[in-house]
Design a protein around this ligand. Structure first.
Ligand code: GLU
Length: 465
């Protein structure tokens, strides 16, 4: 077979779903693994539901997670003439026919199927009728003449052999009566014209595959291979839908999940390689194969996404982490002034300790980012007379220090613990509240050393109660 070519073919009728991203990731990784090509095809033939805003969101989502396509985006609506041409060719070769059923007739057939509780399938009325009998006032649709006899076995790379009785595939419409082509025709024509070798897509397209294969066969085109990826379910085992809260990439990026972490998580969601969990991009490309895709649906688990993100936060180079934080702030308009950026960068060693997301890092660093402290009123209530005395004693000692360091601060704090007959918390907590506004946060030495000396002095003497 020719050089591997795969594609991702989303319809811009809504924001790109996490399941779609995973399908794109698998297609992309497979093409990279095979040193082939990966294309992006925007299936925008449904003019009413397709929106530029969704197209942009799809392109941005792929970019964000690091999936790059070869060449320009292929815009399906620009190829309509080719689709119509093939529909007419199929008609000429007697692989398709004009159907003059009125919409009332079709509705009636649907209603009857519903009453009998059987799936609706067009009754193939016009398959053998002569056009001489055609009603003059009805514009026909063009239907594909599906096989009726026998069965077909699809050799699916993921699911193995899937056999279907041919008569369960209806004579599907390829050209509507307004002359516009339908999805199955467009997809088959485009996949052929784009020389696709592997069609990797969601499980929900299996029936479409049987339809598209028939178009390929009728046109005597070389068939690509197919891999149907099981869908992603929610944690309670339900089909993930666009209405689910965490279904688009923005839902993850806005809470500070990093692209590399989500990419690693999605790779492992339904694909495995031995018992390896963490994959660098290079390893993902080198090790990815279609055989490793599991046959059953996978469950989207937020707690695992968070721990994957936490793993990356703790383990990547701090310069990279700072880069990721900047990207996140830029994307979500969270400002860190230039003069504070250096401080945040230096403080990442400890700001990242209790963080699962970039948002956590941003929140943990608020006391550095803002000149004015935002005091948690509940925590402020913890500053009683005893605590006030600790704070003022510390202040007096702190003022005498030229260049604060951990070595200098430690004996001072230890001395205060002794003289106030308290423990580490008895000293650390009031100081933390004064300096950051909250009783939670980084260790007290890290906090003191990450602020300017004047800032510490000012915050320790501020009147907050
Ligand atoms: N436009 C189709 C969808 O978004 C893609 C089908 C395909 O991959 O062939 O579901």
């Amino acid at each position: 077979m020719s050089k591997v070519a795969t594609r991702f073919a989303p319809s811009p009728t809504g924001p790109l779903h996490i399941g779609g991203i995973r399908t794109a990731l698998f297609s992309w990784l497979y093409s990279k693994n095979q040193k082939g090509k990966f294309y992006l095809r925007i299936e925008d033939t449904d003019k009413e539901r397709s929106k530029d805003e969704y197209k942009d969101q799809i392109i941005n989502s792929l970019k964000w997670i690091g999936i790059e396509h070869d060449g320009n985006e292929y815009i399906q609506s620009k190829k309509i003439d080719d689709h119509v041409k093939i529909a007419n060719e199929l008609l000429k070769k007697n692989y398709a026919y004009k159907c003059y059923c009125s919409s009332e007739e079709i509705e009636d057939q649907k209603k009857r199927a519903k009453q009998k509780k059987i799936p609706y399938i067009y009754n193939r009325k016009w398959r053998d009728l002569s056009e001489v009998d055609a009603p003059k006032d009805i514009k026909p649709v063009i239907r594909f003449k599906s096989k009726i006899k026998g069965s077909y076995i699809l050799k699916d790379i993921v699911q193995g052999d899937i056999e279907i009785e041919n008569d369960t595939i209806e004579d599907f419409v390829i050209l509507r009566n307004d002359g516009t082509p339908t999805y199955n025709l467009c997809a088959a024509v485009d996949d052929h014209q784009m020389s696709m070798t592997h069609i990797i897509r969601g499980d929900d397209h299996k029936i479409n595959t049987f339809k598209q294969i028939q178009i390929y066969e009728a046109m005597k085109w070389e068939l690509p291979s197919f891999a149907h990826v099981p869908l992603i379910h929610t944690i309670d085992g339900k089909k993930l839908s666009k209405r689910d809260k965490a279904s688009t990439l923005d839902d993850y990026s806005k809470i500070g999940i990093m692209p590399m972490a989500l990419r690693n998580y999605l790779l492992r969601l339904g694909w495995s390689y031995k018992d390896k969990e963490i994959f660098t991009l290079e390893e993902s490309i080198n090790l990815f194969n279609l055989e490793g895709i599991g046959k059953s649906p996978s469950k989207l688990d937020m707690s695992r996404i968070l721990s994957m993100n936490e793993h990356y936060i703790k383990n990547i180079d701090e310069n990279d982490l700072f880069g990721q934080l900047n990207e996140y702030c830029k994307l979500f308009k969270k400002e860190i002034k230039q003069d504070k950026k250096d401080k945040i960068k230096k403080s990442l060693t400890f700001l990242k300790n209790k963080a699962k997301t970039l948002e956590d890092i941003f929140n943990n660093g608020q006391y550095i980012i803002n000149d004015e402290v935002n005091y948690n009123q509940e925590d402020v209530k913890l500053i009683d007379d005893k605590a006030r005395k600790v704070i003022s004693d510390f202040s007096t000692q702190y003022e005498k220090i030229d260049t604060p360091s951990r070595e200098i601060l430690e004996p001072i704090i230890n001395e205060l613990i002794k003289s106030h007959a308290t423990n580490f918390k008895g000293v650390g907590q009031p100081l933390r509240i004064m300096l950051t506004g909250s009783k939670f946060g980084p260790g007290i030495y890290d906090i003191i050393l990450s602020l300017e000396k004047e800032q510490v002095q000012k915050r320790l003497t501020i009147k907050i109660t």
